[in-house]
Design a binder for this molecule. Structure first.
Ligand code: NDP
Ligand SMILES: CC(C)CCC[C@@H](C)[C@H]1CC=C2C3=C(CC[C@@]21C)[C@@]1(C)CC[C@H](O)C[C@@H]1CC3
Length: 418
């Protein structure tokens, strides 16, 4: 199959073999974490307590529940939005339009769940369904990616993603062929990136908190902290939903198994690991330590938000008084690169803030187990890899100007270390 741009993009993620391995390893890791979190020893590196059979994984009732959840989020996505934003210019010079109503979807979901709980819905029963729910989500991700792959066979080359057109079906299935798969105005990638998984994550956390209250009389301080920190993170992502339109996931990566599984299964079922761990392994937490952890989360959030907002403000309007005084490097594309302020400290200050928050989410779980630190370890690896991919793309976009930026701001994420 001829590559639409004439030359093939270099293969990432270890090529077809790496992609095939990841398609097995990622779901296996997710199930391992789910099973180990509820086991007594909770050893990250130990064997799972048991291997779940089909009776544990498969439940038509749970599948129906999962599909209802997806349907509810799709319906909320279709509601009138406070704003419709335009994405970046595409290869064919057009721009897609996206509804900005993610925060509204979060609030409406909270209202609906609140009503359902007061009408007797046993939300505390959800933690018992996590394994079959994760199985339903994984199955959906596989089937969905397969349908997306088939759909991409019929689109023009200008609609394909730069990376997912190697011609190797396994690799392209994993990375995704089509950049912005849509039916009418319903954008599948944008929908999945921010709605069912992120909102599902906070709902699972809340269910774990409610079950802890049922089991122990009240939720623990550690559980409150984990719920509060992660709700702030998800609320922030949905409030600043428009910013996702400039991420590499939307502008560069196709929609294939990696993002479908990542968005629908990986995020809700592994990002809620700390709350899962706390339900089965209560941790005492005194007020002084809790306050110190809150300060760490606040510091991480401050860096993350200020850095992201500074770049977004600058990209929208470089003459905005909040950023007009910052030093910049001109590039051949006509755009400029910030070289002072947050983006003059390290080349990815937002990643630094995100990592500090990740640490703060694990600390309420104590230091007796490695398991609750999985997110921090995985996230460090994800961001180091993502940073390298972004640098590669920026070097291509900005050439010499990017090299000058790298000379002037030599550290990538952590000042004086990396
Ligand atoms: N929790 C999770 O699982 C994940 C969270 N995240 C978070 O999502 C957020 C978005 O991350 P991500 O999409 O990776 O990337 P960034 O928001 O860091 O965006 C990178 C882009 O910013 C622009 N840029 C880079 N340097 C400069 C500069 N000096 N001046 C102006 N513009 C610059 C470039 O794009 P251009 O020049 O084209 O504007 C570059 O491609 C981050 O806060 C990250 O921490 C990300 C991944 C996973
Ligand atoms: C399954 C693999 C390990 C890789 C999966 C990656 C995805 C889980 C992430 C890719 C980019 C993401 C972003 C976010 C969540 C995780 C995924 C989907 C955010 C929405 C998180 C909140 C931030 O404020 C914005 C992020 C954008 C990128």
């Amino acid at each position: 199959m001829a590559h639409p741009q004439g030359s093939r993009a270099p293969l990432e993620f270890g090529g077809p073999l790496g992609a095939a391995a990841l398609m097995v390893l990622l779901p296996a890791t997710m199930f391992h974490l789910l099973l180990v979190a509820r086991s007594g020893p909770a050893r990250l590196l130990g064997p799972p307590p048991y291997l779940p059979g089909p009776d544990v994984l498969w439940s038509p009732r749970v599948l129906l529940l999962w599909l209802t959840w997806l349907g509810l989020q799709a319906a909320l996505y279709l509601l009138p939005a406070r704003k419709v934003a335009e994405g970046l210019e595409l290869k064919d010079k057009s721009r897609l339009r996206y509804p900005i109503n993610g925060f509204q979807a979060l609030v409406l979901t909270a209202l609906l769940v609140g009503l359902a709980v007061s009408a007797g819905l046993p939300l505390g029963a959800l933690p018992e369904m996590l394994v079959p729910l994760a199985f339903a989500a994984t199955l959906t991700a596989f089937i969905f990616s397969f349908l997306l792959y088939l759909k991409a066979l019929g689109v023009p080359p200008s609609a394909l993603a730069p990376g997912g057109t190697s011609g190797n079906p396994i690799y392209d299935f994993f990375l995704g062929r089509e950049l912005n798969p849509r039916i009418c105005s319903f954008d599948f990638k944008y929908f999945c990136e921010l709605r069912p998984g992120l909102i599902g994550w906070v709902l699972i956390n809340l269910a774990l908190l409610m079950q802890e209250a049922e089991l122990r009389g009240s939720p623990s301080l550690a559980m409150w902290l984990v719920n509060g920190f992660q709700l702030l993170y998800v609320g922030d992502a949905l409030w600043h939903e428009e910013a996702v339109l400039t991420t590499m996931d939307i502008t560069h990566d196709g929609f294939g198994f990696m993002l479908a599984f990542g968005d629908l299964a990986w995020v809700p079922f592994t990002y809620s690991l700390q709350a899962q761990f706390l339900l089965h392994h209560p941790q005492p937490l005194g007020l002084p330590v809790a306050s110190a952890i809150c300060l760490i989360n606040a510091l991480g959030y401050y860096i993350f938000r200020r850095a992201n907002s500074q770049k977004n403000t600058f990209r929208k309007n470089p003459s905005d008084p909040r950023v007009a005084g910052l030093e910049t490097i001109p590039t051949a594309t006509g755009r400029q690169l910030l070289v002072s302020g947050w983006w003059g400290m390290v080349r990815h200050p937002n990643y630094l803030g995100d990592l500090i928050m990740a640490l703060a989410w694990s600390l309420p779980c104590g230091v007796s187990h490695l398991l609750p630190y999985f997110y921090f370890l995985y996230f460090t690896a994800l961001l180091v890899h993502r940073e390298a991919r972004d640098e590669q793309q920026c070097l291509q976009k900005y050439g010499l100007a990017w090299q000058e930026y790298c000379q002037r701001v030599p550290y990538r994420i952590l000042p004086y270390v990396y």
